[in-house]
Design a protein around this ligand. Sequence first.
Ligand code: GLP
Length: 246
Amino acid sequence: MRIVITEQPELVIADRVAAAVRDGARTIGLATGSSPLKAYGELIRRHRDEGLSFAGVSAVLLDEYIGLPPDHSQSFARFIREHLTDGLDLAAVYAPDGMAADLPAAARAYDELIARFGPVSVQVLGIGANGHLGFNEPGSSFTSRSRVVQLARRTREDNARFFGSVDQVPSSAITQGLGTICEAQEPVLIATGEAKAEAVAAAVEGPVGVGCPASVLRRHPHATIAVDEAAAGLLHHRERYRLPDT
Ligand code: GLP
C-alpha cells in the first residue's frame, strides 16, 4: 500500500482509473459519497474534452441502501448516475439490489456478478469517519463477502445530511465485503478534510484489524490512499509518504 499526500488527491484517483481503462480494464469499481466527486468530475472532463473512452467497460458499485428504490433521490444507483455514469460511455453499471425480496440471496448474487465480470481493476473507495469501507463497519471480517449489514449509528448520523434526519437514513444495506473489495487489482482510496484525519491515521498507522476496516488495505500490495494535507494531519510519518509526483 502507498500513501500519497497531495493537495489534489482527486487527480491521483482520476489518473489511476484512466490508466486502467486505457490498459484495457473490463470492470472498474465505484464508491459513492462526497469524497470521490471531484475525481468523477475530472473523469467526465477527460471523457468529454480528451476522448477518454469507457466503451466496453462495466462498473460495479460498492454498496446500496436497503429499502430505497433505484430512483430514490438518495439511492447510490441514482447517485452514481447523476454524478458520474450519465457523463461517460460505460457499457453497464451494476449495483446491489436493495429492494430484493430475498436480500441475502441478492447479496450473494452480487458477489457472483462481480466474480463474473471481474476481476475489478481499479476500485475507488472513500472512508467512513469510523474507518469503514463501503458499508463494512468496524468488526467486519477481512474475508467478508458481499452481504446484508446493519449500519452503525455514527454512519447513519454522518449520512443524515443527505436525508434530512437520521431517522430517515436506512438502517441496513448490501455492501461488497472486505474480501470482495480486496480482490480488486488496485484499490484507490480518497480522503480529504480534517474530519477524516482520525480514520486515515487509524487506517495507515494504527493496528491492522477489525477495529478499522480500512486497515485491511495495508495488506494489499497495490492499494493507494490519496489524501490532502488536512486528512493527513494526524499521520506521524508523513514525510515518508510524500512521494515524488510520479
Ligand atoms: C458511506 C459510503 C462509503 C463512503 C462513506 C464516506 O458510508 N457507503 O462508501 O466512503 O459514506 O462518505 P463521504 O465520502 O461522503 O465522507
